[in-house]
Design a protein around this ligand. Structure first.
Ligand code: ATP
Ligand code: MG
Length: 416
């Protein structure tokens, strides 16, 4: 016989009760998005390879070595999306969602795919919650987007974390900075192979290198802040002032550049304390030039992505477990089972989660099933209970039992 088929390396099943925690995060995010005026986009998981190659940048790790790219049956090169921003912009431009004045605000949830080395906090299929605000370069939008991110993280009870911010400047600042950084790197020995190549083609990428050697060398490298033009410096100062006004604690991180080429001006990351090497739970920034890059109009924009897999690693175990009060109906004998089946539907119609077993199992077996299902209450129905019209209601946590008239049961349970 052939062996069992297993999931692909780096791709995992997310199972109950864990899925309940995921739902809690996603509902919290949806509520916060609604408060801030964001609407959902549902986008394809597959796009033309060119979309990502053009937007994310050829020298990035993502495009150079992490994409799931394959020819379709007609030989066209397609890619499983490694991130959402490029797809969001593609969809916005294609559907004319950028038309009309004002800031256009969208969010999207779902899986991303990157061929990375699987490890704790790093998967080949992982999930993001994405936020994008398009159509304005106002620093208020930057502040609002960061406030929204912090609101979501607060709602899911993220514990100790740090918000890191930087400004990457506009293309003019970046040209000057790249020249300065290039000069600094020119004679440096010991850079990794990637960085030796990048120091000529795209020195900004060197700042994002994960190698400890490269990081050590970069300690004395010039910082972007010193290269910002007056407009970019003013923009950044205003963003920081707004964050302070709303009591958001941030740390300026002058070497933060993020892993994609399209960022301009504000860039930020939230790192969670206690996550080890993969500690970034969210990242984002401005990408004012991206729409043009993709053949669209001048459309300044900013966004963020929350990494759900990593975020869930540090959230409370009981997140979303709340006070759900499920009822299990333990029935003994055919008459009682028949009655219980009717009661089951009555309870569900009253909005009370209810379950029963359809086999002919002992009371003991049914009680342990109730436990396994996490029932808060069990109702015991036997032939005698049917005769008297009184059932036993047992509170599972304490073992307390009380007699309740069958006809009053839905009302009593609703009131608990
Ligand atoms: P890292 O530096 O950890 O590789 P990144 O800069 O590549 O992250 P982004 O592209 O900014 O990550 O994606 C935003 C978030 O998505 C990250 O902060 C992280 O939480 C999450 N993320 C990115 N790659 C993975 C992955 N392979 N597995 C799980 N989560 C991921
Ligand atoms: Mg990465």
């Amino acid at each position: 016989m052939a062996g069992k088929i297993k999931a692909i390396r780096g791709m995992r099943d997310i199972l109950p009760p864990e899925t309940g925690r995921w739902q809690a995060v996603e509902s919290a995010a949806r509520e916060a998005f609604a408060l801030y005026g964001y609407r959902e986009l549902r986008l394809p998981l597959i796009e033309r390879t060119e979309l990502f190659a053009r937007s994310i940048g050829q020298d990035t790790d993502i495009v150079a070595k992490e994409m799931y790219t394959f020819p379709d049956r007609h030989g066209e090169s397609l890619t499983l999306r490694p991130e959402a921003t490029a797809s969001v912009l593609r969809a916005v431009l294609e559907n004319g969602l950028d038309k009309g004045g004002g800031v256009k605000k969208f969010y999207t949830l779902g899986p991303m795919f990157r061929y990375e080395r699987p490890q704790k906090g790093r998967y080949r299929q992982f999930y993001q919650i994405n936020c994008e605000a398009l159509g304005s370069d106002a620093p208020e939008v930057d502040a609002e987007v960061i406030l929204l991110l912090m609101e979501i993280l607060k709602r899911v009870q993220l514990g100790a974390s740090r918000l890191l911010v930087n400004s990457l400047g506009c293309p003019e600042c970046q040209v000057k900075f790249k020249a300065g950084l290039g000069l600094f790197l020119i004679n440096k020995e010991g850079l990794c192979e990637d960085c030796q190549r990048r120091r000529n083609s795209n020195p900004l990428r060197v700042l994002d290198c994960k190698s400890i050697h490269c990081r050590e060398i970069l300690k004395d490298a010039p910082v972007l802040r010193d290269y910002l033009c007056p407009d970019c410096a003013g923009h950044f100062t205003r963003v920081l002032a707004l964050l302070s006004r709303f009591g958001v604690t941030y740390e300026e991180q002058p070497r933060l550049v993020r892993g994609l080429d399209y960022y301009t001006r504000t860039a930020f990351e939230v790192v969670a304390v206690g996550l080890g090497a993969q500690d970034a739970v969210a990242g984002g920034g401005r990408y004012n030039g991206l729409a043009k890059e993709l053949g669209g109009p001048d459309l300044p924009a900013i966004g963020f992505a929350i990494g759900e897999d990593r975020l869930l690693e540090v959230l409370p175990e009981n997140l979303g477990q709340g006070d759900g009060k499920k009822v299990f109906l333990a029935a003994l004998g055919p008459g009682a089972r028949d009655k219980a089946f009717s009661l089951l539907q009555t309870l569900r119609q009253e909005g009370i989660a209810a379950e029963m077993d359809f086999g002919e199992r002992s009371l003991k077996a049914q009680m342990s099933q109730a436990d396994r299902l996490g029932a808060a209450y069990t109702v015991i129905l036997g032939e005698r209970e049917l005769e008297t019209g009184q059932v036993v209601l047992r509170r599972m946590a304490t073992g307390d039992q009380q007699q309740v008239a069958l006809s009053l049961l839905p009302m009593v349970l609703a009131g608990l």
